[in-house]
Each structure stands twice: as structure tokens, then as C-alpha cells.
Design a binder for this molecule. Structure first.
Ligand SMILES: [Zn+2]
Length: 492
């Protein structure tokens, strides 16, 4: 019996050591954020800046599916408005129109040994969902300023981004600043339909000119409060990568028949079984890569058990994965998601249709690919009689930008200087942005815009009552002013 006690003693020792290590890691020793002095607070007339943003919101620069460039006149009017509203910026920068309505501005730097930076912001907006117009507290394109907010489609996504960058350049140019490092402002006009003519053409043009960039910053992630469970402070996430997207059609075809003599297996039954299998057997989740980096950076700001578990993913990963899978938002970060979006079959209640088809949209996580998704579909369905094919444009996940680059550190420090109370962590963008088109020009593509949102604000994105706080907008301007000042004007 002696050996049993000896083994138990040894186990207790190991367990004790393990707990000590876990507690030490959870204490956040070695992960404390470096203290950064706040940036000198530049004077922004928040009301006047909000008025200029509101003016831009009034242009109906809407992107519609399958109707390219149908808002052309609105884009041209917006271009004129920007030129009139930001005269010093337009005098300092060269402006080119690319793909008709997209804009590429160049503010030439004096030191050509420094690689240029690129700030991106798209001009187009999504339409108002039919039937929801009357739910808006202010007309969607009114650009009303009320209760401390600029209201309207685009006030957040993404005209706040575009106008704030121009505000910053205007202020710098008017003060006589001259950049050492060249700055590009790239503004697509079809981001909301995938950017096939705007950002794609800008990327191609710069590539032909042999341009290599220091970094790109675009929309994608924001500053949230009360959204990340267990973190009380505002959370600023810097997107290192974005997921891809592929829609797969699953179809069964055969002879039509009368419902009085049904076969053992109908087309609807075959497809229904296939999509049910796909929903039940999701692609595997993983806490590697961006998801892991994100959680490990957030953990020191959490309390209790969350902190203990997420600070020790080296041993708690299976537990953490199981717990996180219960949240749809966390699950989307950890794996390629499966969404059953369309089911087409049958027209008459007493006729068996000859064809049934379902569409399944997968958002492809870094580490997976279009090919691995298709393999998963075929393997999971396990029915060679069904036809599977991708529909429309399929895009893989973007490359993952490093979180230890100079550029990342600069963005992080600029957030710390302008929003000192924020917790900063890398993140994964689960939607798409124009910035992915730039991955041939630099490995440093980051997605961050300091718009603030609480949980109740998230549905405003592409939804009803989109808005941005007037004071928050001034913060966005300060962020870009600081970022451009340090990286381009000072050339650091
Ligand atoms: Zn957007």
C-alpha cells in the first residue's frame, strides 16, 4: 500500500505546482501593459466636425447587389463635397479617381526611404432594409444631429472613418505640416458588395507602380463596452485577419412524381438530411492563432475563474473551447461557421419536386480554405448522389498580420494615448473589409476604427438608427491625427 501513498503524494505535489503556475500566469505578472502618457489633446471643434460628417451622410452613396455603380451621381457629388469641405487637405494631396468612383489620395513624403502608410475608408453604404424606414428616429439620410449623435446610414460605417481621416489631414495640412513618410488614403466605392471595382483596382494600380506599404489600417473592429464577457473596461480590438466566405449549393435531382406514390427517398429528404448533418457536425473549433492571442491578451483584465482559465490555455484549452462554444460570437471566432441560408424545393403540395437545393454559407477561419470546406461538406454529407458546388465569389481567409510588428505597436500605442482607459487586444474580423485586397502590398494589414459601441448599439451596424456620438467622433479624429503625426509627419 505504501506505493499508493507515495503516488498520491507525488500527484498532490504536481497538482500543487500546477495550480501555482496557473495562479502565477493568471496574476498577469509579465503581461502588465506599459504605461503610456496621453497624447497632447489637440483642439477639435466637435460640433463643427460633426456638421461636416453629417453633410457627407446626406449623399445616398448606396451599393446594391447586382446594380454596379447605380449611385454614380451621388459619389461624384460626395467627391465635390469633400473637396470643398477639406480645402487644405485637397491642396496638399494628389487625388486620383480609380474605377470611376473610388478615390486614391497621395500625400507625398520627403523621405522616400520610408515605406508609405495607407488609411482606408469606404464611401458606399448598405441600403435601408425595405419596410424599416419608419423605424428610424431620424430619416436615414437626414444627417440630423440630435441628442449628442450624428444620425444616418454611414454615420458609423464608414463615413465616420473617411471624414475623420480627412479632418486629421486637413488640420495637419492647414498647420503647414509636411510628411516625411508618404500617406495614401484609399477610399473604395463598392466595399459593401465585395470591392470588385474599387479597392481591387487601387491595389492593382499601386502594385503596378511597385509600391510596398509599411502598414494599412481600415475599418473592421471597434471599441466596445459590455460586449466582451468579464471585462468591465472598454475593449479595443485590432483586427489581424478576416474570415473568408464561400456559399455551397447542395442539390438533389431526379424525376418528379405524384405524392400518392412517393419513393422511399425524396429529393427534399436527401437534401434535408445533408444540411441537417452539416449543422450538427460543424467544422472543428480551435483556440490557436488569432483567437488564442486575443483571449490571452484579454485574460488579465477579467476576474475570477475566467481569468484563471484563459490565462492557462496551455492546459485549459478543451475546457475553454467547450465553454466558449456556447456563445455564437465566440464560436464564430474559433471556427469556420456554417449557416443554412436558402432552401428551394417544391411548388405544389401533391407533387414531388424533381429538384431540391439548399445553400449553405461558410465563413472561413484562418487555417481553413475553400478546399478544406468542400472536403468537409462532401465527407459530412457522405452521399455521392448529391451535387455540391460553390456559388458566386468564394474567398479564402486573409493572411494573419503579426501582432509584434512596429506598425501594430504604433496602433496600440496610439489607442493607449487617445483612449487611455481601453483594454487593447488583437482580434479576428468575422466579416469582410476592403483591406484584404492590400495583402500583396504589405504583411501589416490592421483593422481598427475607434467607434464606441455598447451591446445595444451593435444592431445599428447595417441596421436601423445607425449613429455615432459627437464626442466619440472627435475622439476618432484625434486618433487619426496622432497616428498620422507620429508615423508620417515625424516619420517614426
Ligand atoms: Zn464598412
Amino acid at each position: 500500500m505504501k506505493w499508493v501513498f507515495r503516488t498520491l503524494g507525488l500527484l498532490a505535489l504536481i497538482l500543487g505546482a500546477l495550480l501555482a503556475v496557473m495562479a502565477w500566469r493568471a496574476s498577469g505578472v509579465g503581461t502588465q501593459e506599459a504605461a503610456v502618457a496621453p497624447a497632447p489633446k489637440i483642439d477639435i471643434d466637435a460640433q463643427a466636425a460633426a456638421q461636416r460628417l453629417a453633410g457627407a451622410v446626406r449623399f445616398k452613396t448606396i451599393s446594391y447587389d447586382n446594380k454596379p455603380d447605380s449611385s454614380g451621381d451621388e459619389f461624384l457629388a460626395l467627391h465635390d463635397y469633400l473637396e470643398k469641405t477639406f480645402p487644405a487637405a485637397h491642396k496638399a494631396m494628389k487625388r486620383e479617381k480609380v474605377g470611376q468612383f473610388s478615390l486614391l489620395y497621395t500625400w507625398q513624403g520627403s523621405d522616400t526611404s520610408l515605406k508609405p502608410i495607407m488609411l482606408m475608408a469606404h464611401q458606399d453604404v448598405v441600403p435601408i432594409a425595405p419596410g424599416t424606414e419608419q423605424n428610424w428616429q431620424h430619416e436615414p439620410f437626414s444627417g440630423d444631429i440630435a441628442d449628442g449623435f450624428v444620425w444616418g446610414r454611414g454615420a458609423w460605417d464608414d463615413k465616420s472613418n473617411l471624414l475623420a481621416v480627412l479632418e486629421a489631414v486637413e488640420k495637419l495640412a492647414a498647420s503647414g505640416a509636411q510628411p516625411k513618410r508618404t500617406i495614401y488614403l484609399a477610399s473604395g466605392h463598392d466595399e459593401e458588395v465585395g470591392g470588385p471595382r474599387g479597392a481591387t483596382a487601387i491595389a492593382k494600380l499601386l502594385d503596378q507602380r511597385g509600391v510596398k506599404l509599411e502598414f494599412v489600417i481600415d475599418e473592421g473592429m471597434i471599441v466596445t463596452s459590455g460586449v466582451v464577457p468579464g471585462v468591465e473596461k472598454p475593449v479595443a480590438l485590432i483586427g489581424l485577419a478576416e474570415k473568408g466566405s464561400v456559399t455551397v449549393s447542395i442539390a438533389a435531382e431526379g424525376a418528379p412524381g405524384h405524392s400518392s406514390m412517393p419513393p422511399a427517398r425524396s429529393q427534399i429528404g436527401e437534401v434535408a438530411e445533408a444540411v441537417a448533418k452539416l449543422e450538427t457536425n460543424q467544422m472543428p473549433s480551435s483556440l490557436q492563432g488569432v483567437a488564442r492571442e486575443s483571449l490571452e491578451a484579454l485574460a488579465p483584465n477579467m476576474g475570477g475563474l475566467n481569468r484563471l482559465i484563459l490565462s492557462n490555455l496551455w492546459i485549459t484549452e478543451p475546457l475553454a473551447r467547450a465553454a466558449l462554444s456556447k456563445s455564437t460570437a465566440a464560436a464564430a471566432m474559433m471556427r469556420t461557421s456554417t449557416a443554412l441560408t436558402v432552401f428551394n424545393a417544391g411548388e405544389k403540395s401533391n407533387v414531388l419536386p424533381a429538384r431540391a437545393e439548399a445553400l449553405v454559407n461558410f465563413r472561413v477561419a484562418p487555417g481553413d480554405s475553400i478546399e478544406s470546406v468542400m472536403q468537409h461538406v462532401r465527407y459530412t454529407i457522405g452521399n455521392p448522389l448529391l451535387k455540391t458546388a460553390t456559388i458566386g465569389v468564394a474567398r479564402g481567409p486573409s493572411p494573419v498580420s503579426p501582432s509584434d510588428s512596429e506598425a501594430y505597436r504604433l496602433i496600440e500605442r496610439t489607442i493607449r494615448e487617445t483612449i487611455p482607459e481601453a483594454v487593447i487586444a488583437p482580434g479576428l474580423v468575422i466579416a469582410g473589409t476592403d483591406s484584404r485586397q492590400m495583402s500583396g502590398l504589405t504583411t501589416n494589414v490592421y483593422r481598427f476604427l475607434p467607434v464606441r459601441a455598447k451591446p445595444e448599439d451593435l444592431p445599428r451596424f447595417h441596421g436601423t438608427n445607425e449613429r455615432i456620438g459627437v464626442e466619440n467622433y472627435a475622439e476618432v479624429v484625434r486618433f487619426f491625427h496622432r497616428l498620422i503625426s507620429v508615423s508620417a509627419i515625424e516619420g517614426k
